[in-house]
Design a protein. Structure first.
Length: 218
């Protein structure tokens, strides 16, 4: 999945029009451009639909976007803090240089989504579904993926810190490019992941503890 670095590179860039109004529940945001806007707790975009839209240098703070649908959404330089993205759906979308902190996104569905140079801190993705998702050069800190399903997910250049993987199902998940893998729990859920030899050696003590293996010298 090739992600444009600049707004002008989007295939629908010439169709974008500025959106100056508020966000509304069940709103339709087709080929709109949100630029340097701030949306707080009073902004309600539950069930909103974004199609071939762009968001640049915006702030979403406590915004309600439960069950919103994003199709071909391009997001750059934007901060999400305490936002509700519960049961939201993302398809063919990308986030570049974004920060997500305290975001509730449990039950979300992400397919063909790319995160590039993003920081995810205390993001709740419990029971989410991630298919063909790439985290490139990102930091994932205290991300909760318990009971989630990950399929064809990769982490090139990404640092994973204290992630929760309890009862997570992994299918063809490529961790070989990750710069660090540190789990708060769920080491047994790594079944279905691909790692390299160096990562195996780093993970060996934690894997042994998770499997109840006692390593002792004579």
């Amino acid at each position: 999945m090739t992600v444009p670095e600049e707004l002008a590179e989007l295939p629908y860039a010439d169709l974008l029009r500025p959106h100056e109004g508020p966000l509304e529940p069940e709103g339709d945001y087709d080929t709109v451009h949100l630029h340097q806007r701030e949306f707080g707790p009073r902004s309600a975009a539950e069930g909103a639909r974004f199609l071939e839209a762009a968001v640049t240098d915006c702030v979403f703070d406590g915004t309600g976007m439960r069950r919103a649908r994003m199709n071909d959404l391009w997001v750059s330089g934007t901060r999400f803090t305490g936002v509700s993205l519960v049961e939201s759906e993302w398809l063919d979308s990308s986030l570049t240089g974004c920060s997500l902190a305290g975001v509730e996104a449990f039950g979300a569905v992400l397919r063909r989504v790319r995160f590039r140079r993003c920081k995810l801190d205390s993001v709740n993705l419990r029971a989410a579904v991630l298919r063909e998702v790439v985290f490139e050069d990102c930091v994932l800190r205290d991300v909760d993926l318990a009971e989630a399903r990950l399929e064809q997910v990769a982490f090139p250049g990404t640092r994973i810190e204290r992630a929760r993987l309890g009862r997570t199902a992994l299918t063809t998940v490529d961790l070989r490019g990750a710069t660090a893998i540190d789990l708060a729990d769920g080491y047994e859920s790594l079944r279905g992941a691909v790692i390299d030899t160096g990562q195996l050696l780093d993970l060996a003590p934690a894997l042994a503890r998770a499997l109840g293996i006692v390593v002792a010298e004579d």
